[in-house]
Design a protein around this ligand. Structure first.
Ligand code: FAD
Length: 551
């Protein structure tokens, strides 16, 4: 059929439908839209005129069209004109396909047609195109309109533009996907649980942990452990009390080592999407607990190892002290005999004893003296050789300063710590070096205690130069006079006013350690305040001083 004749036929059909509208349909079904208006008006005591119904449709903000059974347009309202950009004259007699952007899949149209031809209402979304070619998303309702015999001659289409709503939905969906990806990528276990302990949201790490726990709910386990420690979920919920970094231990079947988690909980209000809350009067929002748990097993194991190591070290120290006490008690006991005999010899001399007798007694002294020496040598503990490692002297000094913090505070000593920011490592025995540095710092502490300066200062610095690393330990104590600068390194030399059990072996042993590391120790002769001990270590020490294969 030519378009123009179809158009004029459609226009006259449309006018007929509006004006010719007094027939009653069986079973309550409309003969046409206007007929339907009339029926309703009649049913209501004819208070409302068909014109009113017509004007209602005309003025509806929704785009309304009425078509024949092939979807050729018979009527469109002004909202349709506004939305599509087509005037009524342009579309009357045209098929609704004029609005198609040709991107809606064929299956959708097939479903649309089979629904409306089956007498049902179809609702869906189509990609439409305005007169100016601009695409938009149409949320469309198509309802068949039955005539008095119950057959369908017309379709009623109502649609609205949902492009913006769809864009917003997409944005929300995108943000949701983004948040979910972020949650999944986070190396922490995350779960949102409600007051009934039901997990509402979780992430991949949570699911993985659940797998490791053979299907047990990690959130429930965390709460169980927290509750054993006095955490009360109900009270915490009532008071919106959050908690942070509580350590939780999980013993997992089949694993010898426990797993440790640092768990934090924050209360969050869940968005109320019920109809009742639309105007913000939906009552108290539901509260959920956001549980975040990061695994700290490695850290915990490291701490356990360090604790054990510390325990071992202090046990070894106790044993060492005990051994020394035993050896020295033995030495005192052993030396007592020769001393007694010498005393007897002196008495004999006083009494004018002959030289043979005296000789006999001196022989006994010699023998018991030799025996005492042998016993003492036998009691000397064997030196344990620590293996070599790459050592950063800043780290060792930091350890020593930390260990001595209490002593500094007690002695009112100010520490001036000047490490070189990036210090080359040396090769050496870390424990041996640490003990040596400890002794030197203890010396400095003793030195500052022997002066009445108002401010006691300990300066510790490291500096590297010419493939060497220097450690400088300086106190503002009485200092060491020039003539004693070498003597202080002799074994058993001590010049403390208050020796406090120090036998004068500290600097001698320090020299031994430094030499073993291919280094040099000296008292700085140019130091004009207190005493400065300078230790110089080669960054690459002489190969002869080191165990094989250390580099
Ligand atoms: P076509 O080849 O015309 O149709 C595609 C498929 O649709 C066919 O293969 C067939 O399965 C089915 N089909 C088409 N016409 C008929 C028919 N007369 N009987 C049975 N099956 C049929 N389309 C839009 O794109 N946007 C709209 O806003 C829109 N509004 C409509 C409003 C009403 C009241 C009605 C009744 C239809 C509406 N349509 C709308 C559908 C429209 O009429 C077309 O069917 C559709 O646009 C596809 O047209 P086409 O030319 O791309 O493909």
């Amino acid at each position: 059929m030519p378009k123009s004749s179809s158009k004029s036929q459609a226009a006259s059909k449309s006018a007929d439908s509006v004006n010719n509208s007094t027939r009653k349909s069986p079973g309550g079904k409309s003969a046409s839209v206007v007929e339907a208006f009339e029926l309703t008006a009649a049913a209501n005591g004819n208070v409302l005129s068909p014109r009113l119904f017509y004007e209602t449709v005309q003025q509806s903000p929704l785009a309304i069209s009425i078509t024949d059974s092939r979807a050729d347009i018979l009527y469109v309202n002004p909202a349709f004109e506004n939305l599509t950009g087509y005037s009524s004259d342009e579309v009357l007699g045209e098929n609704e396909s004029i609005l198609s952007h040709k991107q809606t899949p064929l299956e959708v149209y097939k479903a649309l047609w089979s629904t409306i031809q089956g007498g049902e209402t179809w609702r869906g979304t189509l990609v439409n195109r305005r007169r100016n070619g601009e695409p938009y998303l149409a949320d469309l309702n198509i309802s068949p309109v039955f005539d008095s015999q119950g057959s369908v001659n017309y379709f009623l289409g109502i649609h609205r533009d949902i492009t913006e709503v769809h864009a917003l939905e997409q944005q929300v969906q995108h943000q949701k996907t983004l948040i979910e990806s972020m949650l999944d990528a986070a190396p922490v276990v995350v779960a949102l649980i409600d007051a009934e302990r039901k997990v509402l949201v979780d992430n991949q790490a949570y699911k993985k942990l659940m797998g490791d726990l053979h299907g047990l709910e990690p959130a429930a386990l965390f709460l169980e452990v927290l509750e054993k420690d006095g955490f009360d979920l109900a009270t915490a919920l009532a008071e919106h009390r959050s908690f942070s970094e509580v350590e939780v231990r999980l013993d997992i079947a089949g694993r010898t080592e426990p797993r440790w988690y640092s768990v934090s909980g924050t209360w969050v209000s869940e968005l109320d999407s019920t109809v009742a809350s639309y105007f913000g009067n939906g009552g108290e929002p539901r509260c959920c607990l956001l549980l975040v748990a990061s695994e700290v097993t490695a850290l915990r194991q490291q701490m356990e190892r360090a604790k054990l190591q510390h325990l071992r070290a202090s046990l070894a120290e106790q044993e060492r002290v005990q051994g020394m006490r035993e050896a020295l008690s033995g030495a005192i006991f052993q030396l007592q005999t020769p001393v007694n005999i010498i005393q007897a010899a002196v008495g004999m001399l006083d009494r004018g004893a002959d030289s043979n007798k005296l000789r006999e007694v001196l022989d006994q002294v010699l023998l018991s003296g030799q025996q005492a020496m042998d016993t003492l040598r036998g009691a000397l503990p064997e030196e344990t050789r620590e293996s070599q490692a790459s050592v950063n002297l800043n780290t060792l000094l930091q350890d020593v300063l930390s260990l001595q913090t209490d002593a500094f505070l007690a002695g009112g000593v100010v520490i001036d710590w000047q490490p070189q920011t990036v210090l080359p490592s040396i090769t050496g025995r870390p424990n041996q070096l640490r003990s040596m540095l400890m002794r030197l710092v203890e010396n400095a502490l003793m030195a500052v205690a022997e002066t009445d300066r108002p401010q006691r200062v300990l300066r510790v610095a490291t500096v590297s130069h010419d493939d060497c690393v220097d450690v400088l330990i300086q106190d503002n104590g009485p200092g060491i006079p020039d003539h004693l600068r070498l003597k202080v390194f002799e074994p058993f030399y001590s010049n403390w006013k208050q020796p406090r059990g120090r036998a004068g072996m500290g600097l001698s042993l320090a020299q031994e350690t430094v030499n073993e590391h291919g280094g040099v120790i000296a008292i700085n002769p140019d130091c004009n305040e207190g005493c400065q001990v300078r230790l110089t270590f080669p960054v690459r020490s002489a190969a002869t001083s080191y165990d094989e294969g250390m580099y």
